[in-house]
Design a binder for this molecule. Structure first.
Ligand code: SAH
Ligand code: SF4
Ligand code: F3S
Length: 458
């Protein structure tokens, strides 16, 4: 009998991407094979995002397409199970089935270790199942080890989940639950395993990754800096990154690491959300614009060439033109290498959704446009400043054109060069020749000698 086919579509943040991988691995260990084609899948999982209204709309329109595929398969005598996972699952629970009756399983981000069991039960009973409690047991302890044999250059590892900060605009504390850190030993084992699969770069993930405080048997807990130093000791791991950080949790040791841990890449994503202290207070961010800027100053002192990235919201309730000017001014002073900016989207159940002074759509649109023009300019300026330099690039796959390979610079810029496939999974020095809006192009530095496959020395 041919194996059952599984199709997963992922929306939202990198943590969802990580969760999708773990769900796929868990189901592969139960005999499923992955397919890119939803129409041939026996099981379709949509791993969803609830952060803004648009993200949720995307899920429902995708569900419409998947339902048609399910009906088409049914007419050919084939059964299909549809599972909704992730943050929409957590936030809406059984309401999803009321709105989209073709859905068989709703499973929240802290319950997906039970997915194989839920699939079996749904197939046997034909009943809709909802698993959205925050279980007392920890999902990571119930997932199979990362399988060997899949080769790739970089990987995400979730180390911290959930959030206790309750910014007034945000659904994450409700969809992901309370803040929680995985044990260092468990993370180190996962990273060592990934290293044997050829992974050279690890990005540690958390909604507030720098609030990490991993329970350690020797000491009361490990802060993120301690975990990073320990992961840097794994020889085959050549690059470390972490995201997303909250300004309140950037401690001195973590900042200093940018200057003294060569494996920690010079890139920091540090959302500031708004430049007006009044709006920051209404958002419950618990810091001022000046405090944010002072923090950026310290980070740049530790690592002057660091690429800074951020998240910004325009049109939070009560935001005036003058408030927005302060957002523009702060962004202009910091000069980000990368930035993600959004129109405020009122989310059901969050305090800001019921505030007075909701900003009209047209004003939000205008502000976003003005902000993005500024941010794009700074991003291009950062990229152009790397032209003429030699950067270490970790190659991750083939490029768009034949004969091209593509990778990332230390600053997380996409880089394309002409080069042999053997370099995929390796780091090489690249002379950067040009910066286009979405990537850099360069040539492999003359005299660079391929060292041959790195021994999985872990
Ligand atoms: N934990 C991270 C953010 C996670 S959500 C932090 O604290 O910085 C990613 C980004 O989505 C946020 O930084 C914010 O800019 C944006 N966002 C969250 N809720 C939003 C909403 N209701 N409307 C618009 N943007 C939102
Ligand atoms: Fe959301 Fe704020 Fe928590 Fe970030 S810190 S996940 S924005 S509540
Ligand atoms: Fe979206 Fe959930 Fe991530 S709401 S941004 S998928 S934590």
């Amino acid at each position: 009998m041919s194996p059952k086919k599984l199709h997963i579509k992922t929306f939202g943040c990198q943590m969802n991407a990580y969760d999708s991988e773990r769900m796929a691995e868990a189901l592969e260990s139960q005999g499923y094979a992955l397919t890119h084609d939803a129409a041939e899948a026996d099981l379709v999982i949509l791993n969803t995002c609830h952060i803004r209204e648009k993200a949720v709309e995307k899920v429902y329109s995708e569900l419409g397409r998947v339902r048609l595929a399910k009906e088409d398969r049914k007419s050919r005598g084939l059964d299909t199970l549809i599972a909704v996972a992730g943050c929409v699952a957590q936030a809406e629970g059984s309401e999803i089935m009321a709105r989209a009756p073709a859905v068989d399983i709703v499973v929240g981000p802290q319950s997906y270790h039970r997915l194989a069991h839920l699939v079996e039960e749904a197939a046997a009973t034909g009943k809709g199942l909802v698993a959205t409690e925050f279980p007392a047991e920890e999902k990571f302890a119930h997932l199979p080890d990362r399988p060997k044999g899949k080769s790739r250059a970089s990987a995400f590892v979730t180390v911290q989940e959930g959030c206790d900060k309750f910014c007034t605009f945000c659904v994450v504390p409700y969809t992901r639950g309370a803040e929680f850190s995985r044990a260092p030993a468990e993370i180190i084992a996962e990273v060592e395993r990934l290293a044997t699969m050829g992974v050279r770069e690890i990005t540690l993930l958390g909604q507030n990754v720098n609030a990490y405080h991993g329970p350690h048997p020797d000491e009361s807990s490990w802060p993120l800096a301690r975990l990073l130093r320990s992961l840097a000791e794994i020889p085959a791991i050549e690059r470390l990154r972490y995201t997303t950080s909250h300004p309140l949790d950037m401690d001195e040791e973590l900042i200093a690491l940018f200057g003294n841990e060569p494996k920690l890449m010079p890139y920091l994503h540090l959302p500031f959300q708004a430049g007006s202290d009044r709006i920051l207070a209404a958002m419950n961010r618990k810091h001022t614009a000046a405090q944010y800027e002072a923090l950026i100053g310290k980070v740049r002192q530790a690592r002057p060439d660091i690429a800074l990235s951020t998240d910004i919201i325009v049109g939070f309730p009560g935001e005036t033109d003058a408030d927005f000017e302060e957002t523009l001014a702060l962004a202009a002073r910091v000069r980000f290498a990368q930035a993600f900016s959004f129109k405020y989207s009122p989310r059901p159940g969050t305090p800001a959704a019921s505030l007075e002074g909701q900003v009209p759509e047209a004003a939000k649109r205008e502000r976003l446009y003005a902000l993005q023009s500024l941010l794009d300019g700074d991003r291009h300026a950062f990229d152009r400043a790397t032209v003429g330099r030699s950067l270490e690039v970790l190659f991750e796959g083939r490029g768009r054109k034949p004969g091209q390979i593509a990778g990332r610079s230390p600053y997380l810029q996409a880089v394309h060069v002409e080069g042999p496939d053997e370099l995929i999974g390796q780091i090489a020095d690249v002379d950067i020749l040009a910066a286009s809006p979405n990537s850099l192009t360069g040539v492999i530095k003359s005299g660079f000698e391929w060292r041959g496959p790195v021994q999985a020395a872990v």
